[in-house]
Every structure is written in C-alpha cells, then in structure tokens.
Design a protein around this ligand. Structure first.
Ligand SMILES: *Cc1c(COP(=O)(O)O)cnc(C)c1O
Length: 397
C-alpha cells in the first residue's frame, strides 16, 4: 500500500519521496534489501543501539561539532554566516556519522564483511575506519580516475587495512565504483553488508543514511538557540553530490516553512558546457543504482557521464529526497562551477583560516549568487576539510 508522503523528510512505506525513491533491485539482492528494510527502524530505535551509536559519535567521531560564526565571511556577504564544522569530524568529513551507524546495523544483521563505493575517498576512509574499529573485513570500490586525484585517501584506506578495487569502466568515477560495488554485492549477498555512502540507492538506504546524518541539524538547532536565541535560521546551505551532508543539514529544518533550503550542485565547466554534474538542472526522472530519481541521461536513457573538479560531487544522479525537494520547489537548487569552487576554497582559507574540501567549496561559492539581509542567519554545512585536495590546490598556489 503506497501512502502519501507525510513530510519532506520521511518517505512513504515503500520509500517514496513524492514520485521519487523506491527499490529497483535485481532479484539476487531482494533478500538483503528486504531484510534491511524490515529491520532498520527497529534496530535504530533499540535503546542499546542508540546508546552505542551516541557514545561513538561523542567519543570517537568527536561530536557535537562546533557551530562557528564566520565573521569575515559574514562581513563580505553583509549577513550572519555560521559554519557547521563537519570538517572536524574524525577522518575529516560528515561521512563517518553514517558509517558508524551502518557498521552497528551490519553487526545486528550478523554480516561479516563490508563493501563500499567511494568517490573522493572520504566515504571509503570512513568505512575502512569503522571496519578497523570493529575488526571487520572491508573492500572499497573506487573509480580509477578518483584513485589518481585523491591519492592520500587511497593510502589512508590501505593503511586502515581495507582492499581498494579500481573501477575501470565508464568515466572511472563514482557512478562506476557504485556499479562495481552493486555487482560485488550480487555475487556475495549473504555475509556482506553494503555501506552506501550517500542518500542514494534502494529504499531503505536514503532514509537510513538521512537519519544517521540528521545529527547535523539536530545539533544545529540547539547550538543556534544558544547563540542567537532562536533554533531556526533563515537559510541552510549545503553542497549536493548524492546528498547526504545536505540531508543531514536540512533534516530538522525541512518541515519548517520559514527556513530556506539551499542545495548546491557541481556546475563543472558550466551547466550547459556538456561537462557538468548539475543533476537537477540537467536531469530527468530515471532509475539509477536502485532508486527512481532525477538523472543525467540521453533521450534514450543512457547515463550521461558527469564532470566535476570534485570527486565527491562527480555523480550523474541525486538522492530521491532531494529530487522531491527540487520538484516541489521546497528547495532552492543552485550550482557553482569548478573555477568558482576553487576560488571560494582559497577565499575561505584566507578569510577564516579553514581549508575546505573542494565539494564544500561549491556551497561557499553559491553564497555569491544569493541576496541576503543583514538580519539573516545562514548556516552552511562545512562538509569536509581540504587536506585530501591539496594536490589540486597546489596547482593554483
Ligand atoms: C562525499 C562528500 C560530499 C558529497 O556527498 P554527499 O552525500 O552529497 O554529502 C560532500 N562533501 C564532502 C567533504 C564529501 O566528502
């Protein structure tokens, strides 16, 4: 029975956000996905699970992450801009909020082996990290092109004991790594849990990952209350690859109509250049990696190879929650080009002493496209730190 979407953040029983979502999976994976679907909410609701998850977020990840008033950035934009410092999480990005949650889910499901896909390598590192923590075998699929441009993260995964398998098909980036991971899961479904790194994939992954990442907006509400007297900002802003850091930042604000939701995609060389990853601008409804969402595709349904300077945003799709935010116009969708992101990475470094990830730099760049009032309170999710991108940044020093 399909129910109507009760809110922007919670999908229907079958995993639909409006018309997007669902679980389009090969028969071989039905048992795994169905097991996860029928159990994830009960597992996540179990008091013992919650206690261990929260303990790890505090003692291992380093939560709560600070909410920082960026004064010099604020002055430039003539408003008040707070940065939610996910870059200070253990391993350097928000990804670990989700992998800590999913490694505990995998244990409850009795799985002995973990596979994952990764783009920028942040999700691969976060997965390898929790697998080391729990002594579980870990295999990470990564596009060959990304292995080259995110070398420090490849080294980190190997140091943590993971096996990194190159994906050599297509554009040799995140989409192709995801294809390889799904193929590997089909070959070995029983003992293996697939830790998907974003709010993509078949139901219940988008909802499960969004719930694990929702700690970002949960903390932001009380932190804002302490700093400004109100739990609600005027705007929340985040970059979107698949959309997990954005889902975390938007989650507890999506059903608050006064809060403007701003999602920033990777424009690449420009949205109409043929070298872009701006899915909502270029996409049409289609099915990729197990869910129905917006997708960059040709008229006959071939996936268009995306382009972005940032490996974490170089993906031709977007999570179904975000497709629905776009379709219903609840969210404002912008894009920033490779060059604009680079410029903003240098700008934030010099204005605030914070070197952001290239992915995050797209969100910072989009501030230039928005009109703000001095009384606005803008929270930008600083999804990750830029250490992994130094090889790119060094070309521009
Ligand atoms: C992976 C990554 C992203 C993009 O993934 P989402 O699921 O869209 O959040 C953004 N920022 C950083 C730092 C990342 O590592």
């Amino acid at each position: 029975m399909t129910t109507t979407t009760p809110s922007f953040k919670t999908p229907s029983t079958h995993g639909y956000y409006g018309q997007f979502g669902g679980a389009y999976i090969p028969e071989m994976l039905h048992r795994n996905v169905e097991e996860l679907r029928s159990r994830y909410l009960a597992i996540m609701d179990d008091p013992g699970f919650k206690e261990e998850f929260e303990q790890l977020l505090t003692d291992y990840v380093g939560r709560p992450t600070p909410l920082f008033l960026a004064e010099r950035l604020s002055a430039k934009h003539g408003t008040q801009i707070y940065l939610k410092r996910e870059d200070l999480c253990h391993t350097g990005a928000h990804k670990i909020n989700n992998t800590v949650g999913q490694i505990l889910v995998a244990a409850k499901l009795g799985k002995k082996r973990i596979i994952a896909e990764t783009g920028a390598g942040q999700h691969g590192v976060a997965t390898a990290t929790v697998c080391a923590l729990k002594g579980v075998e870990c295999v990470v699929y990564m596009g060959e092109k990304d292995i080259d441009r995110q070398a420090p993260n490849v080294a980190r995964m190997k140091m943590l004991g993971a096996t990194v398998v190159p994906a050599t098909s297509g554009s040799r980036t995140l989409k192709d790594a995801t294809n390889e991971a799904i193929r590997a899961w089909i070959n070995d479904p029983h003992d293996t849990h697939y830790i998907i790194g974003s709010v993509v994939g078949p139901h219940p992954y988008p909802d499960m990952v969004a719930r694990f990442q929702s700690v970002i907006s949960q903390e932001t509400r009380w932190q804002l209350k302490q700093k400004t007297g109100s739990e609600l900002p005027s705007h929340v802003v985040a970059c979107v690859g698949g959309g997990s850091n954005a889902a975390g930042m938007f989650y507890h604000f999506m059903d608050e109509p006064s809060v403007k939701i701003v999602a920033v995609e990777a424009g690449g060389h420009g949205v109409n250049s043929g070298m872009s990853a701006a899915t909502t601008a270029l996409g049409t409804p289609g099915i990729l990696h197990g869910s129905k969402s917006l997708l960059m595709q040709t008229a006959d349904g071939q996936v268009v190879e995306p382009h972005s300077i940032s490996a974490g945003l170089d993906y031709p799709g977007i999570g179904p929650m975000h497709a629905n935010l776009h379709q219903t116009r609840r969210g404002i969708f912008l894009s920033a080009t490779d060059d604009e992101a680079l410029e903003s990475a240098f700008e934030l470094s010099r204005l605030e002493g914070i070197i952001p990830a290239l992915e995050t730099a797209h969100a910072i760049a989009a501030l230039n496209q928005m009109p703000f009032a001095p009384t606005d309170v803008v929270v930008l999710n600083l999804s990750g730190r830029g250490d992994k991108d130094l090889a790119t940044y060094m070309n521009y020093l």
